[in-house]
Design a binder for this molecule. Structure first.
Ligand code: RIB
Length: 338
């Protein structure tokens, strides 16, 4: 026999406390006058009857849900869960829950998730996107903060200086003695992938002499990078340094080198970009340009809270500096030093 589950409603509370539904609602939402004795009586009744307000009804009534949406392009890339972690840790402390939206950088999925957020009265969103356009965001009239990638100059943005980080990565390979340096770049349409390519290009132009055929497409993907690097090293065995535009492509480059029996760092030095936890767990441990992922994401969440509470953003662009994590995959000079 089906078990009957009694669910206490707001009407049950009102009847038991001998007040109107409107009074219970005012006590629940802490708005409008309720005399102290009545307030205490209603609160005691709610606790005794274990009344759990219907969150959907509450959202409809208050046009808010204490929920934030966070949109990321690829939940399979370990960078994004680390980014979401900072946002979620910050928001839960403020009494907000988080809805995770994986968009695959598909504009249709982005629009779908924006529709869902609007229908659920989500209070605001943190968005990582290179395809979302400003006019689409205006349609939704929702507080938004851009994280990792910019959307529009008027949208508060939290991201690293990708070009400078790439310049430092490339210069690091030169400093440890690399003579022929290649670059595994991310997708053409992703702005930070192009910014990192430009950082590599600038340093190569200034020093070693840029060679177009030393750049391969890794698409921010580990397997594609491994395949591209293997082919590159077979065609150009003189390459002795690789800067990969993110850590999972650098892991792919390690795999590509290993498949050809090439020793890292002795014969080939490899450096990535991001500083994901995984980069310190590989053999050899991966050198990388580490982003302040947790700090950037918690500060983006803080900015969104300010927007939701009606404060205007003091500035819109927040640029962070990546830092070199010098590990085994480029540990050459230190060996020759001693
Ligand atoms: O690894 C994923 C990449 O996409 C990271 O470098 C991050 O910057 C994101 O944009």
């Amino acid at each position: 026999m089906n078990k009957v589950i009694n669910v206490t409603t707001i009407r049950d509370v009102a009847k038991d406390a001998n007040v109107s539904v409107a009074t219970v609602s005012r006590v629940m939402n802490d708005n409008g006058y309720v005399n102290p004795e009545t307030r205490e009586k209603v609160k005691e009744t709610i606790a005794r009857l274990n009344y759990q307000p219907n969150s959907v009804a509450r959202s409809l009534y208050k046009k808010e849900s204490k929920t934030i949406g966070i949109m990321v392009p690829d939940i399979m890339n370990p960078y994004f869960p680390e980014l979401v972690r900072g946002v979620e840790d910050y928001l839960i402390e403020k009494g907000f829950t988080t809805i995770l939206c994986n968009t695959d950088e598909d504009p249709e999925k982005e629009r779908l998730y924006l529709d869902v957020m609007k229908q659920r009265y989500v209070d605001g969103a943190i968005i990582v996107s290179n395809t979302l356009k400003r006019d689409l965001i205006d349609e939704y009239d929702m507080p938004i903060v851009a994280l990792d990638r910019s959307i529009h100059e008027n949208v508060p943005t939290f991201m690293v200086d990708n070009t400078v980080g790439a310049e430092q990565a490339t210069q690091h390979l030169i400093d440890i003695g690399c003579k022929r340096i290649a670059h595994v770049r991310g997708p053409e349409h992703v702005e930070n992938a192009t910014a990192r390519y430009e950082g590599y290009y600038k340093i190569m132009q200034q020093t070693n002499g840029f060679q177009e055929h030393c750049v391969v497409q890794g698409d921010f993907d580990q397997k594609q990078s491994a395949k591209a690097v293997k082919q590159l090293l077979q065609e150009q065995p003189e390459i002795d340094g690789i800067f990969a535009g993110n850590d999972i492509m650098a892991l792919g480059a390690l795999k590509g080198a290993e498949s050809l029996g090439i020793k890292v760092p002795q014969e080939l030095a490899i450096i990535g970009f991001d500083g994901i936890d995984l980069s310190s767990m590989t053999i050899p441990e991966l050198s990388t340009m580490s982003q302040p992922i947790y700090e950037m994401s918690t500060q983006a969440a803080d900015a969104l809270m300010s927007l939701i509470s009606g404060q205007t953003a003091d500035e819109t662009e927040h640029i962070y500096q990546p830092t070199l994590e010098w590990r085994q995959s480029t540990d050459r000079i230190r060996k020759e030093d001693n």
